[in-house]
Ligand binder design. Structure first.
Ligand code: ATP
Ligand code: MG
Length: 447
């Protein structure tokens, strides 16, 4: 992409309404624009990040055996009356009336709708298990929308729903999502910690929030430092095998959010030097709730004994748009974002230090074509801006690599490659730089 054709409205000043780094940087780097409180337009650069996050989430859901679909954002109130949640949901639900005065709503989540879809199509235990998911915008009229996309009112969520014939099957589905979530966040460069979470009136131990540690996180969390070093299950994980040992390994260490924290247990179980009391961002939540919706909504299946019973369900959410903010909280410095390759809006920022110079223009054109042909995404700063401005803008948007080409370097047969993560610079020939960039981008994407 050529910057002269792109839309990248960067801001020099930090907007005063933004309190945390990710919100400030998303506004400054021209990734988002607030349209109403908690409602954002995703500008081209932010949209690319959102799509990268979404794609990783999708690939790991597919790998775990979940099947993608798409449900509408607008739902009918009737459906929510069946589960009893229409009244219970309160002011967080955006309620709408259509022209015939029918009560509708903008979906805050989809348990009711998926239960309705399931009951229309599945009758027997022989058709189970099933896991269905979609990636769709949700609306929750939060009391305090804040921190940009971290707590929006309109936000993008991946929500999966599992259907099983019995509780053993439901646990197996839960375990698949547990492992899929560990992999999903790790692929983005995030260390997520599954923490015991509230199960509500259903009880049991099958509810975990996936937390990324960050000073600006909204949740107070407590956990064992050893959790940060556990090896994440690999891409060769067999999701049809028994995953319980993986879950047992993670849950053998103490990890709980404030609501479930037990100070005495924390101190008894975790060595003093390993105790982490910190803040975190909830990026995902997995939850088994059995017959909570299937019983009142009559989503029945016939078991092997010929008897009908409500299907066992669970739901599993990932905050796709929240992750864009969480990633910046984890990867930034004074100058701007520092995107991991896997979620970077572009891999390489190509800087032409003297636009209009035949030599630099030619070298940049060659680099741009060669990298694009190799599947490396390039943002080519072909503007007439001064070098200082180009450097600052590139650091702000935080692409993992910069390829800097100027007339003086070219005379000496050199270009410069800068790594945004640690500021490391290499001065090499253009061909060597292209090889280096292709190799580094490819190896970073292979996980
Ligand atoms: P929170 O406790 O942060 O309000 P929640 O428990 O209400 O979240 P869930 O219903 O579990 O949220 O939704 C699944 C995921 O969607 C959450 O783990 C979070 O990552 C994301 N999410 C929830 N609410 C928001 C929001 N207002 N803005 C952005 N992402 C959100
Ligand atoms: Mg939650």
């Amino acid at each position: 992409m050529r910057l002269t054709r792109y839309y990248l409205p960067v801001l020099k000043e930090t907007p005063s309404e933004a309190q945390i780094a990710s919100h400030q940087l998303m506004l400054r780097a021209g990734m988002i624009r607030q349209e109403s409180a908690g409602i954002y337009a995703w500008l081209p650069l932010g949209f690319r990040v959102l799509k990268k996050i979404e794609q990783i989430v999708r690939e790991e859901q597919d790998r775990a055996g979940a099947v993608e679909m798409l449900m509408p954002t607008i739902q009918s109130a009737e459906l929510w009356r069946e589960s009893g949640r229409y009244e219970a949901y309160g002011k967080e639900m955006l309620r709408i009336k259509d022209r015939a005065d029918r009560e509708m709503l903008f979906g805050p989540t989809n348990e009711e709708m998926i239960t309705e879809i399931f009951r229309a199509g599945v009758r027997s235990y022989k058709d189970l298990p099933k896991m269905l998911y979609h990636i769709q915008w949700k609306f929750r009229d939060e009391v305090r929308p804040r921190f940009g996309v971290m707590r929006g009112r309109e936000f993008l969520m991946k929500d999966t729903y599992s259907f099983d014939a019995d509780s053993a099957g439901a646990r197996a589905s839960y375990n698949k999502m547990f492992v899929a979530y560990l992999r999903t966040f790790a692929r983005m460069g995030l260390t997520s910690i599954p923490m015991r979470a509230d199960t509500g009136p259903i009880g049991g131990d099958l509810s975990h929030e996936f937390i990324v540690l960050a000073e600006t996180g909204e949740s107070a969390v407590f956990c064992d430092r050893k959790l940060l070093d556990l090896a994440v299950p690999g891409a060769d994980t067999d999701f049809d095998s028994d995953l319980q040992p993986v879950i047992d390994r993670y849950t053998s260490y103490y990890a709980a959010t404030e609501e479930k924290h037990d100070a005495a247990e924390f101190e008894a179980k975790v060595a003093k030097g390993d105790r982490i009391a910190a803040r975190g961002i909830e990026v995902g939540h997995i939850f088994y709730f059995g017959e909570k919706y299937s019983a009142p909504m009559r989503a029945m299946i016939t078991g092997p004994d010929g008897k009908d019973r409500p299907v066992e369900m669970g739901s599993y959410g990932v905050g796709v748009s929240r992750l864009a903010g969480a990633l910046i909280e984890a990867y930034h410095d004074e100058a701007g974002c520092k995107w991991p390759v896997a979620v970077a809006p572009f891999h390489v920022g190509l800087i032409n230090l003297k636009q209009g110079d035949a030599g630099t223009d030619g070298a940049c054109a060659k680099a741009y074509a060669a990298l694009e042909a190799a599947g490396v995404d390039v943002l080519y700063d072909d503007t007439a801006s001064r070098p200082g401005e180009k450097f600052a803008r590139m650091d702000l948007i935080g692409l993992p690599f910069q390829l800097i080409i100027g007339p003086r370097g070219l005379e000496a047969g050199k270009v410069e490659v800068k790594r945004r993560a640690d500021g490391h610079r290499d001065e090499v020939s253009l061909d060597a730089a292209l090889d280096m960039l292709k190799r580094d981008v490819r190896s970073a994407l292979k996980i």
